[in-house]
Design a protein around this ligand. Sequence first.
Ligand SMILES: Cc1cc2nc3c(=O)[nH]c(=O)nc-3n(C[C@H](O)[C@H](O)[C@H](O)COP(=O)(O)OP(=O)(O)OC[C@H]3O[C@@H](n4cnc5c(N)ncnc54)[C@H](O)[C@@H]3O)c2cc1C
Length: 407
Amino acid sequence: MKKKIVILGGGYGGLITSRKLEKLLKDNEAEVTLINKHEYHYIATQLHKTGAGTASDDKITLHIPELLKTNKITFKKATVDTVDFNQQQVHLENGEKVNYDYLLLSLGYEVDTFGIPGVEENAFKIRSFRSTKAIYNHMLHQFEAYQSDKDPSRLTFVVAGAGFTGVEMIGELVEAIPGLCKKFDVPINKTRIINIEASESVLPGFDKKAIDFTTDYVQKHGVELMTSTKIMECSPTSLTLSDGTDLPARTLIWSGGVRGNRLLEKLDLPVEKSRVKVDSYLRVQGKENVFCIGDAARFMKNDTEALPPTAQVAIQQAEVCGPNLIAAIRGESLKTFEYHHKGTVASIGNTAAVGNVFGIKISGLFAALMKQVVEARYLFVLGGPMLVIKQFSKLQKPYQVFASQNK
Ligand SMILES: Cc1cc2nc3c(=O)[nH]c(=O)nc-3n(C[C@H](O)[C@H](O)[C@H](O)COP(=O)(O)OP(=O)(O)OC[C@H]3O[C@@H](n4cnc5c(N)ncnc54)[C@H](O)[C@@H]3O)c2cc1C
């Protein structure tokens, strides 16, 4: 009988694994089902652009059935409710049950608000395409409402966290806000972009050159940096800061940190620090037929440190997990996973970035181009050269709109 492989989550990990299975499985060797909440895959590493409205929706989302090139994989749009590991069954929210012989958990991340009062209810999150689109729609509404009530809190845009995602979000706001001011006929000096960070500097963990470049760049573009500052509370119209100040602001974009998908904690799994503990073959510890990769997985790179939740890790794990799933159904030996760090590049808008690639520190326009190369490589792995051309031809559209409004 054909073995059943079920993949939960169509993000970086789930999709690249699916593409691997399409390439490597023989016809009729296995029945593979990919289950994802939506029928589109969102490019999570570019979600900040959706939040600021600097990229069109079809640049950030890709239709999953179109990405699957063969009939070896069945796609199912559904939300996973739970998994019965004894019965080897996935339960979906629509009441359907899907049987598996081998299961892959690639359910990704959630935003961590650390229990700070009001943040969960009032802050905007860069979590999914929908949650990020809500930021842009809210900003449009604030500009519109400002025209009649002139309330300055409407034009105060706060990003919490100056880590990787926070800086990327700030960079997009710097590009988007002048365009919105033109559109709604609001003087730019009525707007504020504020970045609040608990650590002493932006990009904690990056080298000094990257920190200095980013600090100079955002400050030159009018961003108010509040480092060594914590948000203590958030209401729909204001924030309370650690120095006791009340900051009137109706837009808080929270990028204070991520955690594993909360669903994983409901399941009978070895979870540590909100992520599922996996062995060197990417199998869930103690479960030989269940694999877990990406942000959902806690893969130890040494005795004390786990790999970070990044797309780079998820993609590399998927490239090993696909062949390992096939080896498992064929009764062959599995490969151990080894991570090779190729670098990190954080964008600050469309024309600047900072980071290091293969150990070389880069910043400015060249780094921004490298970021595009990284994005292009992912599209290439996912859908070959045609997908790269298709998606990159969509790139300029929104910037042209904003550029012409800026004149
Ligand atoms: C703004 C931003 C910028 C980033 N930039 C970078 C970068 O430059 N480089 C880098 O390496 N990493 C970056 N990251 C991190 C990277 O996006 C994640 O590490 C990556 O998305 C993890 O891939 P994944 O497959 O584990 O999960 P995801 O890509 O999160 O995919 C999980 C999938 O599971 C689906 N899902 C979740 N719950 C359910 C359910 N109950 N039922 C059905 N489906 C479900 C989701 O809809 C989603 O499609 C960035 C993240 C953000 C937010």
